[in-house]
Design a protein around this ligand. Structure first.
Ligand SMILES: C[S@@+](CC[C@H](N)C(=O)[O-])C[C@H]1O[C@@H](n2cnc3c(N)ncnc32)[C@H](O)[C@@H]1O
Length: 208
């Protein structure tokens, strides 16, 4: 999306070929044109999670479970990934894929509004993924940041929004919300943030 197609294809070619459930999920997502995080960003989620020793992860917007697969691998045995989606159908598909991957035992599947669900979950998380409706992004910070442990990571997808955030001609609600979120993320006193220009832009913020 942001990276030139040729460069993206090159980056993908460097990765080992997806196999098993991961390959099935990629085929499922592509066939349905579902906006999932994809084979370049998925490994970033697991690498970052492993690098902070993450054991407890909360996902806001899990879709059919592709991003959760990377977190579930990273948290290891005894770790926990909470998946949320307001679509019961997406969650059922996520459960099916994660069961097939042998990882459902470390996952919980919650249907409903992700931020409302996060507010009712006890304790702190090592990492939180935000990948929900873009209009909800700015207000989400008040819910997500306090739920991260110090040193924990807030990972946010789509922060470059096909480049629209950098083009003043785009003034639609989603673009305006992401621009505002990016501003808040970088000004937040409790966060250090960068945006990785991979796929559609992944925000990586560390709670101080
Ligand atoms: C971009 S997809 C998630 C993809 C997933 N993170 C992945 O990369 O595999 C966004 C999902 O969030 C769900 N969603 C959007 N807004 C939501 C909200 N406020 N609460 C819960 N789910 C939401 C949608 O139903 C959709 O399945």
């Amino acid at each position: 999306m942001i990276v030139a197609g040729k460069v993206e294809a090159y980056l993908e070619s460097l990765r080992p070929r997806a196999e098993g459930v991961r390959a099935k999920m990629e085929a499922y997502g592509r066939k349905r044109d579902f906006p999932f995080i994809g084979p370049l960003v998925g490994p970033v989620l697991s690498l970052l999670s492993r690098s902070i020793g993450a054991r407890r992860v909360f996902e806001c917007g899990s879709g059919f479970g592709y991003s959760a697969l990377f977190f579930a691998e990273a948290v290891g045995e005894g770790g926990e990934v909470v998946l949320t989606d307001r679509s019961e159908e997406n969650l059922a598909k996520a459960r099916e894929f994660l069961e097939e991957a042998g990882l459902a035992g470390r996952c919980r599947f919650l249907a409903g509004d992700a931020l409302a669900l996060l507010a009712t979950e006890p304790g702190l998380f090592d990492a939180i993924l935000v990948d929900i409706d873009k209009a909800a992004y700015p207000a989400s910070l008040a819910v997500t940041v306090p739920r991260l442990r110090p040193g924990g990571l807030l990972l946010t997808d789509n922060l470059l929004w096909s480049g629209h955030v950098a083009d003043g001609r785009f003034r639609d609600a989603a673009t305006l919300a992401i621009r505002e979120y990016n501003r808040l993320l970088h000004a937040h006193p409790d966060l250090e943030s960068v945006i990785l220009p991979l796929r559609d832009g992944l925000g990586v913020s560390r709670r101080r």
